[in-house]
Ligand binder design. Structure first.
Ligand code: SAH
Length: 220
């Protein structure tokens, strides 16, 4: 990656405004989330050649068979987290880093785990370059969580899980949310678990989404 500053032109800002309006039309209401999406240069997270795709409401490949989530999905998952300033949030699946930046803009302290080494290094460099170096990133298997930094106010999984990782439930504070796309086929249900006590959770279902799979182990 070159050291040159990533340009953010009036054209980009205009496209971003269009994206925010599209998200409002699709039902996203939290103004803080809309402001964050209106501020973060999503084009910086995509290859230069695909810049014009950055402000369409679509997921997009970012290499290593991974995708930057669709803006609507990012906004939807973020809404479910009901982020409060100062919340300590664990994200599983750093990917492009875009979702982590949205959480930072909402005032969260973000810990984010990625299992793909190449992506991990690339995204680390990008986060620093964009001024989001405060995101704490880890090259680890998200199934394990981050026991040394637990408990977390909120945990967000951004890959499709065939099981709910038990260690993530343990690492959640009582009263906290675990938002996780869950299911056995190619489509997942967006699930929000609220931790009521050490072994009691309330489960809510927010409908169908499609994610790349949550996989075990680190890919070096
Ligand atoms: N939040 C990302 C979207 C990520 S796509 C963004 O804003 O761009 C899902 C990511 O989860 C991929 O990068 C994938 O490599 C990662 N992933 C899958 N299984 C994982 C695991 N067990 N631990 C950590 N990351 C994982």
């Amino acid at each position: 990656m070159n050291k040159k500053k990533i340009p953010d032109s009036y054209r980009h800002k205009g496209l971003r405004k269009g994206l925010v309006n599209e998200l409002i039309r699709k039902g996203i209401q939290d103004q803080r989330i809309l402001d964050a999406i209106g501020k973060i240069p999503r084009h910086a997270f995509l290859d230069r050649a695909f810049e014009e795709k950055a402000y369409q409401d679509i997921p997009f490949p970012i290499g290593n068979e991974q995708t930057i989530s669709q803006p609507y999905t990012v906004a939807f998952q973020t809404q479910l987290l009901e982020v409060q300033k100062g919340d300590k949030i664990l994200e599983i699946g750093t990917g492009s880093g875009y979702q982590a930046c949205v959480l930072v803009e909402l005032g969260a302290r973000v810990y984010s785990i990625e299992r793909q080494e190449i992506l991990f290094h690339r995204t680390n460099a990008l986060l620093k370059k964009l001024g989001y170096g405060q995101v704490r990133t880890y090259l680890k298997d998200g199934y394990e969580g981050l026991p040394r930094h637990a408990p977390f106010d909120k945990i967000l999984v951004t890959a499709g899980a065939k099981e709910i990782p038990p260690k993530l439930k343990v690492q959640l504070k009582i009263g906290g949310f675990l938002v996780i796309p869950f299911g056995h086929g190619s489509i997942q249900k967006m699930i929000r678990l609220t931790k009521l006590s050490d072994d009691k959770f309330r489960k809510e279902d927010f409908g169908d989404f499609r994610f790349v799979p949550l996989l075990k182990g680190i890919n070096r």
